[in-house]
Each structure stands twice: as C-alpha cells, then as structure tokens.
Design a protein around this ligand. Structure first.
Ligand SMILES: [Ca+2]
Ligand SMILES: [Ca+2]
Length: 169
C-alpha cells in the first residue's frame, strides 16, 4: 500500500507498507487536497483510489470578498477590456491562491474555466453591443465564493440601420 498526500498519483520513493498500518499526514497549506492510495495484493495486482480532504484555518473558513475592476468601462466592439480581480481579499488565502471565473454578460452561464485571480484577463465583444453586466466569481482554496459585477457599455463604431418595411394601405 502506498499513499500520495498531494494527489499526483506519485508514489516514487515509497516503500510498500502493510494495509493494516495507519499513516499520518500534516499539511502546511490550507484548502482542499487530494489524497491518492494504491493497494497491491500478494499476486501483484493493484488498484487505486483517491479522496479529497480540506484543511481549514482555526475558527473555520470564511468566503472571500470579490472585487472586479474593468477598464475601460465604455468602448466599442474593437475595444479590449481588461478585467482585474486582484483587489479581492480572503481571510487566509493570498490572491494567487484565489480562483476566478467570468460570465461576460451575466446570463447565468460562466464563460471561462477557473483562472488564477492574481492575473488580469481581457475580453473583446466583437458581435455584441449594448450595456452588459460582467460577473466575476472568486473562489478561495476551500471552495467558498463571492461575486462581483460591473456594468460596461459597448457601442458600435458605425450606425446600424434596421430594415424598415412600410405597409401600403
Ligand atoms: Ca477563505
Ligand atoms: Ca455567459
């Protein structure tokens, strides 16, 4: 039996130990950690499994406070908007331990995967214009979240003429 407390299925350098022997791990990082286990029988057949544990600070984990800054707040369909959530805070996690995902038009469907909150991201609205609410969801290492939104205005650099049908009487 071998254990990997960091969840990488990396058992190198470990000796097989009897399955009856308990093991103890100490973590120096808060948050969720995956623990892997591989078991071998006397016939050298193996199986593995994993589970997730969470290390919480004394007093428990509190959700982060999300902050979203978009520059500029008004642009055209060729404008590159820069999104910055690095002002978000958490009681125990540093900014690079926080994750963020964006819903560009606040339609309830997030448009990105989880990204590192310490970096800035950009978006361009090529084929949509109007006023949008951009939603950023910030998640701490314990899986707790907070949302921040900002409204931006995207205009077309040219006028749109809708086809006009007149009905003859
Ligand atoms: Ca927290
Ligand atoms: Ca969306």
């Amino acid at each position: 039996m071998k254990w990997d407390k960091w969840g990488g299925f990396n058992f190198s350098g470990q000796d097989w130990q009897p399955a009856t022997q308990p093991v103890q791990f100490t973590y120096d990082r808060l948050g969720q950690h995956t623990v892997d286990l591989i078991v071998m029988d006397t016939g050298y057949l193996m199986d593995d499994t994993e589970c997730v544990l969470e290390v919480v600070p004394p007093g428990g984990n509190n959700p982060p406070t999300a902050q979203l800054v978009i520059t500029p707040t008004t642009g055209t369909i060729t404008t590159t908007f820069t999104l910055d959530v690095s002002g978000s805070t958490d009681d125990h996690d540093a900014i690079y331990d926080l994750s963020v995902r964006f819903d560009w038009t606040d339609d309830g469907v997030f448009d990105t995967s989880w990204l590192n909150a310490s970096q800035t991201y950009t978006v361009t609205f090529h084929d949509m214009w109007g006023q949008f609410t951009v939603r950023a969801r910030v998640m701490d290492s314990g899986g707790l979240t907070d949302d921040a939104t900002q409204t931006i205005t995207v205009t077309t650099p040219y006028r749109i003429f809708l086809p006009l049908a007149t009905k003859s009487q």
